[in-house]
Unconditional design. Structure first.
Length: 223
């Protein structure tokens, strides 16, 4: 998530039942905002968070501006769970990426695993996960901006329809950035920009036209 934004932003937080019942302010929860760059640092990380209460705020690292910012496309589908849901929700709330694919299943809980013998492990949820805006991620789907099913017929031909659509969206974002370098493109494609704004009475473009702005000519891309 840190690669999606130049500055430090709160991603969300885990919340245990004990902390929720006791009362809390999200700003006062323990914060996690740095991923170790060396394995040796993992020992310090484990020691710091091993015994703290499991209600923790996740914060991006602040890795400065990147050339691809504003032109990131995320693929999501029914298999996007756990941290993938957190990344998708963060991108949605902060407008840092455009999502393509199908709805996510809404599966994200902080849990602990216990070995119970005979090769079995029991996993139990210990905390809920919420976005910084307070949205519960468990049982709440992330809806992509561009909904496209994975075609089995296309797969038999060696084609991935979701990946193809994501590539078209990325191309559209790149072309828009080239023609409007001062415009902020925070992970979204403006239909009016791709279709051209000279005639407001024109019907909305088809999906193909919207995702293939190059074919419309450069004049239609200037916003």
């Amino acid at each position: 998530m840190s690669y999606l934004t130049p500055g430090k932003l709160e991603v969300g937080y885990s919340l245990t039942r004990k902390r929720r019942e006791r009362g809390y302010r999200r700003e006062e929860l323990t914060r996690f905002g740095r991923i170790p760059s060396h394995k040796a640092t993992l020992i310090w990380l484990a020691a710091r968070y091993a015994f703290v209460e499991k209600s923790i705020v996740v914060v991006t690292e602040g890795l400065d501006q990147r050339r691809f910012h504003g032109r990131v496309v995320l693929l999501v589908n029914e298999h996007t769970t756990s941290v993938g849901v957190m990344v998708s929700a963060f991108a949605e709330e902060n407008g840092v990426a455009t999502k393509v694919g199908t709805n996510t299943p809404g599966r994200l809980l902080s849990g602990s695993a216990y070995h119970v013998g005979l090769g079995y492990t029991l996993g139990l949820p210990v905390a809920a996960c919420l976005t910084w805006q307070g949205r519960m991620l468990e049982n709440n789907s992330i809806v992509p901006k561009f909904s496209i099913e994975l075609s089995r017929d296309a797969l038999t031909e060696g084609r991935d329809t979701q990946l193809e659509t994501a590539a078209e969206v990325a191309t559209a974002l790149l072309v828009l950035a080239c023609h409007s370098p001062r415009r902020t493109l925070i992970g979204s494609i403006d239909v009016a920009s791709l279709a051209g704004r000279s005639d407001a009475s024109k019907a909305a473009p088809t999906k193909t036209a919207m995702l293939n702005p190059i074919a419309q000519g450069s004049t239609g891309l200037v916003s």
